[in-house]
Design a protein around this ligand. Structure first.
Ligand SMILES: Cc1ncc(COP(=O)(O)O)c(C=O)c1O
Length: 441
């Protein structure tokens, strides 16, 4: 039989990329990674890069931490797999550790392997807790995953071909602190949005709303921060209307914002908190923390074959303990102050930088073509990304429709200061080059 596979050209040495289920043509800029240590990764050609993405913001603890690797190896040797009808010692220990560091009142834990499945677990809990309520509310520009249901819960995905299989969510507007509507101030925009949200939750549905889920800082939807007033206003509305408040901390948890949880940073009081990414120390792990009165699963409601994969759980136990032992929340806060100060200084020299966003090491800049109109500088941002990668620094991008103007700087929380500084030097150089190119066009 002859093969119909056409190998991709370009940087790929293996020629097998066309075999993968990837968008047509693949991505010629996609690197093949062969090694990682701390905040560094190496590609198949031995090139070294500073990884400012922490691999989808999940290596809060740098890659290959020996405490995590040893725990995973030990667990693999002892018992690699146990179905969810059994406990393992690491599972019970991690449950206790997470409850000990959880926001006040969250003292029941459920585990799974992906953030998307953890969000689904939270949604199932909402259904169990509010049997008569059919709606779940989500925010515009939110992101909760790529399972069929969580894709539907995310901002209307620009190329969503799965609507036939998806539940409908009640979509609520969100305040926009960078581009407030109708020339309002950010504070006024927040007040108006809260009022509209109240109207939709009370008059815009055919029945009660079981839950409202949102991210404390919207990550994939554009690094959108909210004010403390918004978080308090939403909590008040949920109390008044008996709506379960689910906070999706998959991206913001485990020290990323300079506190263990963004909920702590902003003073949010969730009924259910969804976690993922950083908890596993690079291994797949996620779950929910719940107030006791909401822990209402029936037998079999959430049992997945590998849902409590012992190797991930043991790695997660070591990772969370290491994040605490090394006080990585404080480290992230200090790195974040340093990075944002440098970026604000760069903003005085680089007209492309529209806004510098934080907190902690949840850092990004939005590039704009004009600071008054705030027109997103999408092609310029991609050029910055590509040039920086050529210079050995991988920044995060936001590649979706209407987005694409962000450069994200979210490395492992324990990145050495010298590497963070080098990454920012490269960003500075790259912005100069791209701005020079804009002048020449
Ligand atoms: C806020 C948020 N929720 C959920 C998810 C989904 O997590 P996963 O990709 O592990 O399924 C993500 C992933 O980026 C996320 O950022």
């Amino acid at each position: 039989m002859t093969s119909s596979v056409t190998p991709l050209t370009g940087r790929h040495a293996l020629g097998r990329e066309a075999l993968l289920h990837e968008p047509a043509g693949g991505d010629p800029d996609k690197l093949t990674l062969v090694r990682a240590l701390g905040s560094l990764v190496w590609d198949e050609h031995g090139r070294e890069y500073i990884d400012c993405t922490a691999q989808a913001w999940s290596n809060n603890l740098g890659a290959g931490d020996s405490r995590v690797i040893e725990a995973a190896i030990e667990q693999t040797r002892a018992i690699a797999h146990a179905r969810p009808t059994f406990h393992t010692p690491a599972l019970l220990e991690l449950a206790a550790l997470l409850v000990s560091i959880a926001p006040e009142g969250l003292n029941r834990v459920g585990f799974t392997l992906h953030g998307s499945m953890a969000v689904e677990m939270a949604l199932k809990l909402a259904m169990r807790n509010r049997p008569g309520a059919e709606h779940v509310a989500v925010l515009h520009d939110g992101y909760h995953g790529r399972s069929i249901t969580t894709m539907a819960a995310s901002w209307p995905h620009p190329d969503n071909g799965f609507g036939r299989l998806q539940p409908r969510f009640l979509r609520l507007p969100r305040p926009d602190l960078y581009r407030p509507r109708l020339a309002l101030t950010p504070e006024e925009d927040t007040e108006v949005t809260l009022a509209v949200v109240r109207d939709i939750l009370t008059k815009g549905t055919e029945g009660p709303v079981a839950a409202l889920i949102y991210e404390p800082i919207q990550g994939n939807g554009g690094h959108n921060e909210f004010s403390a007033r918004w978080h308090q206003g939403i909590r008040k509305l949920c109390d008044e209307l008996d709506i379960m408040l689910i906070i999706d901390e998959v991206q913001t948890g485990f020290g990323r914002t300079g506190r263990m949880w963004a909920s702590e940073y902003y003073g949010i009081d969730p009924d259910v908190l969804v976690f993922g990414k950083g908890v596993g120390g690079g291994f797949p792990l996620a779950g929910v923390l719940t107030k006791q009165e909401y822990a209402k699963f029936h037998a079999g409601d959430d049992q997945l074959t590998f849902g409590q994969f012992p190797v991930s759980v043991a790695a997660g136990l070591a990772a969370v303990q290491a994040i605490l032992d090394d006080d990585l929340s404080a480290v992230a806060a200090a790195h974040g102050r340093y990075a944002t100060e440098r970026l604000r200084e760069m903003q005085t020299r680089h007209p492309l930088i529209g806004e510098v966003r934080s907190p902690g090491l949840m850092v990004s800049i939005e590039l704009v073509r004009d600071r008054v109109t705030k027109e997103p500088a999408v092609t310029e941002a991609h050029e910055v990304f590509l040039r920086a990668q050529e210079k050995g620094v991988i920044f995060g991008e936001s590649r979706y429709a209407n987005l694409g103007s962000l450069i994200k700087i979210k490395p492992p929380l324990d990145i050495p200061r010298a590497l963070l500084s080098r990454a920012l030097d490269v960003l500075d150089e790259t912005l100069t080059e791209v701005e020079a190119g804009m002048g020449a066009r």
